[in-house]
Design a protein. Sequence first.
Length: 496
Amino acid sequence: MADPKGFMTTPREEWPRRPVEERVRDWNEVYVPGALLPIISRQANRCMDCGIPFCHDACPLGNLIPEWNDLVSREDWRKASDRLHATNNFPEFTGRLCPAPCEAGCVLAINQPAVTIKNVEVAIADQAWEEGFAPPRPPERLSGRTVAVVGSGPAGLAAAQQLTRAGHTVAVYERADRVGGLLRYGIPAFKMEKRHLDRRLEQMRAEGTKFRTSTAIGKDIGAVELRARYDAVVLATGATAWRELDVPGRELAGIHQAMEYLPLADRVCEGDLEVSPLSAAGKHVVIVGGGDTGADCLGTAVREKAASVTQLDIYPLPEAERDETAEPWPTYPKIYRLSAAHEEARDLGTAPAADADARLFAASTLRFTGDADGHVRALHLVEVDERRQPLPGTGRTLPADLVLLALGFSGPDRGDGLIDQLGLALDARGTIARDEDFATNVPGVYAAGDAARGQSLIVWAIAEGRAVAAAVDRRLTGGASRLPAPIGPYDRPMTA
């Protein structure tokens, strides 16, 4: 603890965002380049070095937050990088994309603004790359055992890197044409530029991990054939089966799933397309769903110069402060948060009818109506109470040329045939069933990430990847593993 009074003398200061009018004209990250480093040592000094650091438990990775806060306050970036990478394979991802449950669990947050843990994390990660503190770590010797990882999202990449470093020969199979899963085709570039992903993938290639793109297991390679080729298989395919909205008019043209829309915008940024076939340019856009995916659609539509953008959230407008009775510290509270996309929509006035920024809260979609050509032109909604029951006399109609459904995901996609070909057991939620060692009912086949846990956060995905790697390593070596296992398959976030 470099400054025992830091939390009393230094106010919370976050990485400043670029002006709205500037950033919506490009796809670069929303933050001011270089503006974090001058403030971050002072911010790290706000850490109280608690006797019982609840931020450890709030983060499934078990990040050693007080330790690297202290090192950053002293500007010892090399040691801070070592401590950060000891628990997290990809801190440059989590530092940009994670909603930071660790900050909700910060002891300082009991009665003050929390330490800017997420900003400290991304500062360490970026400095590590800048100073060369994240070199490839190939194994000293190979085990002679082989592992296939299916899926290249954060869970699959974490499992692959851990197993490669343990000496196993690992191949990652990805059905898309580029590696990264939703990090590549799902997360907009203004939240994380793809250069961060590409840089980490180059590190993994240098360590020995092999990547096989444009290969759908179950179609291009049979699932049983893949299992026969390798000593172990890790399934990290994600929960990509999206939820539907069963209301009249759903069949109209112009109504799309968020994950049909977002990847096309990413492909424009990659240079594959000049213009997205689903571009929001000049259209009245309505997003159904109030979560992060909906916010990603919002920021994307704003950059595509939509005529208007409104986001519907079926939940009521959250309070500005935590409800200590329902969601006491250190749980992650549902409070009103203003993402970069919502800030943009608010300042630009994209949704004149919205309750706050671009959102309509406690709003439920009743039906869609269209024109003579069968294209959607309006969304009809009604306000609902806390039990989601319609409130009489609250119906309204929004113009809608493009409707995006961001309602979450129910489990892994079965379209490729992988699950059925292997005969994998599923649990009651439709996700892949597994035992306490992450093993499925098929010998030698393991499951990790959203495919087995269900839709979750990036930190849980990376923690799952690290934990399943330890389980696979134990099986392949026939003994104890030196790889860390931060969570078990049945662990869940802290709740009241």
